[in-house]
Structure formats: C-alpha cells, structure tokens
Design a protein around this ligand. Structure first.
Ligand code: GAR
Length: 186
C-alpha cells in the first residue's frame, strides 16, 4: 500500500498523536506521519516525535501569518498531502485551509454540532446531557464546523466529573481518530 505523506499538528499532551503514530506503523494504515508541527515549544507530545524519530518543527503562533507561512513552506518541501489536527488549539485561516485543498481533519471532544469550542466536558455536564462523546470532522474556516466523518457517543453517569468524562472520551478518541482516517481513504 502506498501511504499518503501526512503531518500531525499538536499543541499539548499529544495522546492522540501517540495513537496515530502507533496505527500508522501498521502496513495497511493509509497514512505515514512524516512531520509533526507544534505551536507550543513545551508541548509534551513532542516527546513522541523524538521517541519515534519523526521530524518535528515548532513555529510560534504569535503571528498567525508567520506560523502559516512557515508551515506551508515545510509541508510543500516534504510533499505532505494530508493534515491531522490532534489537540491543536489554534485556528487556521481560510487561506491556509484552501491552500491545503481541504485535506485537513480534526478531532473534537463533543458530539458536534453540540458544544463547539472549549470546555466541552463542563458544558455537557452543566446542560444535563445524557450523552456526550467525540467527533472527527473535516476542517473548514468556521471552527468545529466542517463535514463530520465519524462520531462516538458515550453515556454521562450521575457521578461523572469533568475529569472522568475527559478520561473516558480521550480513550474513545484514540480509537475513533484512526478509524476516521481509514474511512477517509476508503
Ligand atoms: C483532545 O481531547 C482533543 O479532542 C481536543 O484536545 C485534546 C487533546 O488531547 N481538541 C480540541 O478541543 C480541539 N477543538 P491530546 O493532546 O492528548 O491528543
């Protein structure tokens, strides 16, 4: 199988990155992770780039223009054709998304279109939702709004806290993201 050259964008702990790296090492997984980009020089997830010997870059997002210009240059140089946002907590411009021909996907910790944005666990609890979950979707210029690829629903229990929900959702994310990538190349 010819794998598609891909890059993962992160900002923080990188547990989804770890799961994607592990899956991508499987010979029939459709993407190869050739590059990792972080907007945060202290992102814990960069540890996985080092551990698995994957090239990585840090670009400051103080200016979005600076960040995107450097990313595009590096992505073109490495012939990257597919981007996965995995806990990347910044917005990409319409220009960047278009330039990448909409081949960008993201994972979000709620059942979109519910609870776009931040503090999704807290908002689901406060809203007395019976269920929440996670969603993998195409990235469009409006945040958390592109076409949905896959969702996974989980039950909210009476004794759930923000932390317990986060833990359970993250566990599901690690399965859903690779599955959604497989779906995207079917
Ligand atoms: C994940 O829960 C992901 O869904 C969320 O950040 C976390 C990153 O965890 N992303 C967003 O909220 C994007 N809107 P990780 O760094 O351990 O993969």
């Amino acid at each position: 199988m010819v794998k598609v050259n891909s890059c993962v964008f992160i900002s923080g702990s990188g547990s989804n990155l770890k799961s994607l790296i592990k899956n991508s090492r499987n010979h029939n997984f459709p993407i190869k992770i050739n590059l990792i980009i972080s907007n945060n020089t202290n992102a814990y997830g960069l540890k996985y780039a080092k551990k698995y010997n994957i090239p990585y870059k840090f670009y400051s997002y103080k200016s979005r223009n600076f960040f995107e210009r450097n990313c595009l240059k590096e992505l073109k140089k490495r012939k990257i054709k597919f981007l996965c946002l995995a806990g990347f907590m910044k917005l990409l411009s319409k220009y960047f998304i278009k330039n990448f021909r909409y081949k960008i996907i993201n994972i979000h910790p709620s059942l979109l279109p519910k609870f776009k944005g931040l503090n999704t666990y807290n908002r689901a609890l406060k809203n007395n939702e019976k269920y929440t979950g996670c969603t993998v979707h195409h990235v469009s210029p409006q945040p958390d709004s592109g076409n949905i690829i896959l969702k996974k629903k989980i039950i909210i229990y009476d004794n759930d806290t923000e932390n317990s929900l986060k833990k359970r959702i993250l566990k599901q994310e690690h399965k859903l993201y690779p599955e959604a990538i497989r779906c995207s190349f079917r």
